[in-house]
Design a protein around this ligand. Structure first.
Ligand SMILES: [Mg+2]
Length: 257
């Protein structure tokens, strides 16, 4: 538009030669335009290559073992809120070490309705988890992530199969968020817990399998939850052995711990 106006202006003045704008600056402008176009093309290519790298050709997603806390990793204490009450279950640290050595991310996913019920604060929960982390560190073990859901159940909350909140087990929210944030492959992951809500959280998240351990709540009777598929193990150590047994290519890697 501007250039056509300039040309018309020069034509109106009776000049037959192109204006100086074209004569001197046109090649320079074309060079600048060309450089801008090349720069933009480069930026687009870099962004696109980076996107492809992270989703297709980049670091492969890790399998994970999602772990319930109470009755699975540490002893069950009713509405645990005192760090002094944290007790690792026998063999739990050893199991985590073996799973991590085999390439599994170990991620704690715990319902903490005591916060939603006003029984303790998030700060108190952090202190409990700091103590659990300290005790694991004595064995040279660490967790890849800790996720908690502070929501209280709707109503009595006595049906462990009902999803009150996407993050509250049996909802899959915590597992799915961990998968996004930590780059986990849910389809190659496992869930271990002591309640049917743990099993269902794993199923709802699309995990490969779920295992109930006998170190916490009483196991369901056969037939209590028809159609819900899970395995059972005496404790976390036995559950880890089951996983390593059933995961091709992982068993041979369990040399640590
Ligand atoms: Mg539990």
């Amino acid at each position: 538009m501007i250039t056509s106006l300039l040309i018309r202006e020069h034509e109106a003045k009776g000049r037959i030669s192109l204006p100086k704008f074209w004569g001197r600056r046109f090649p320079r402008l074309m060079l600048v335009y060309g450089m801008c176009a090349a720069f933009l093309t480069t930026v687009i290519l870099v962004v696109r290559r980076g996107w492809l790298k992270s989703s297709e050709g980049g670091t492969p997603m890790r399998p994970a073992v999602f772990l319930d806390r109470d009755g699975t990793v540490i002893a069950h204490v009713h509405y645990l809120s005192d760090p002094a009450d944290v007790r690792l279950l026998p063999g739990a640290a050893e199991a985590l070490a073996k799973l991590r050595a085999a390439g599994f991310a170990c991620v704690l996913v715990t319902n903490q309705s005591g916060i939603g019920r006003g029984m303790y604060t998030e700060e108190r929960l952090r202190q409990v988890h700091a103590e659990m982390t300290r005790q694991l560190a004595i064995f040279g073990v660490s967790l890849d992530g800790i996720y908690f859901c502070p929501e209280a159940p709707v109503g009595e909350g006595d049906d462990p199969t009902v999803i009150d909140h996407p993050d509250r087990k049996p909802g899959p929210g915590m597992l799915m968020r961990a998968a996004r944030e930590l780059g986990l492959d849910l389809s190659a992951s496992w869930m271990i817990g002591d309640m049917i809500s743990d099993v269902l959280a794993g199923i709802n998240a699309g995990c490969l399998g779920s295992i109930l351990v006998r170190t916490g709540k009483r196991l369901p009777e056969p037939g209590d939850y028809p159609g819900v598929v899970y395995q059972t193990a005496d404790d976390l150590r036995a559950a880890a052995a089951l996983i390593l047994e059933e995961t091709p290519g992982r068993k041979g890697m369990t040399t640590a711990g």
